[in-house]
Design a protein around this ligand. Structure first.
Ligand SMILES: Nc1ncnc2c1ncn2[C@@H]1O[C@H](COP(=O)(O)OP(=O)(O)O)[C@@H](O)[C@H]1O
Ligand SMILES: O=C(O)C1=C[C@@H](OP(=O)(O)O)[C@@H](O)[C@H](O)C1
Ligand SMILES: [Mg+2]
Length: 182
């Protein structure tokens, strides 16, 4: 028993949602936070609150500046214990962010290109302004990173947000209980 790790309260986030733009990270995360009665942090929302709209940050300061703001926002969100944290689709491509979430309860939300095409709003997602072809290429390049970090995956293409959130909540509770949390 000397090597046993003492179970303790949840220190990090309850769930970290990753995945392609339009997979539902922000909407599912919000619902999940309500179900789990946990603080919900959408890192894009934090960035927008402090810096203005994302398309403007991209246009005036460039993607690298956005990624730096994102790395700070994610680091801050991960410090909040017991939270549900939704990341932006490109966040885990920043090495420091991938490293920070590796080993946490990372849930990958996936979505088909057909479903994404219905959901994407080019006004608010500058990287997909050129249409679904660009989204497909972007997602293909990111998928190895997404799957390497994910502990569990849900596809959101044709299922209601509430059902997906309920299932992830159950998964998170089971996982926290198994780890010795409540
Ligand atoms: N399961 C779902 N079924 C139908 N529409 C969804 C679903 N999940 C998200 N959406 C819609 O897709 C859009 C993108 O969702 P959002 O949560 O912002 O995605 P992400 O944060 O992954 O980019 C929103 O308009 C949202 O209402
Ligand atoms: O895929 C990306 O690189 C981005 C996705 C967006 O978030 P969502 O995935 O929540 O749309 C947002 O962070 C920004 O526009 C960049
Ligand atoms: Mg989002």
């Amino acid at each position: 028993m000397a090597d046993a790790v003492e179970p303790g309260p949840v220190r990090g986030p309850l769930v970290v949602l990753i995945g392609p733009p339009a997979a539902g990270k922000s909407r599912v995360g919000k619902r999940l936070g309500r179900i789990l009665e946990a603080p919900f942090i959408d890192t894009d929302k934090q960035i927008v609150a402090a810096n203005g709209p994302i398309p403007e940050i991209f246009a005036t300061r460039g993607e690298a500046a956005f990624r730096a703001l994102e790395a700070d926002a994610v680091a801050e969100a991960l410090r909040q214990p017991g939270a549900v944290v939704s990341l932006g689709g490109g966040a885990v491509m920043t090495p420091s962010i991938a490293e920070a979430v590796d080993g946490l309860p990372v849930v990958l939300l996936t979505i088909s290109p057909e479903a994404a095409a219905e959901r994407l709003d080019p006004e608010t997602r500058p990287l997909v302004r050129d249409g679904i072809g660009a989204w497909v290429d972007l997602v293909a390049s990111r998928m190895p990173t997404y799957t390497a970090l994910a502990v569990a995956t849900w596809d959101t293409s044709s299922r209601p947000i509430d059902h997906i959130a309920e299932e992830i909540a159950e998964w998170a509770c089971d996982r926290a209980a198994a780890a010795g949390g409540s």
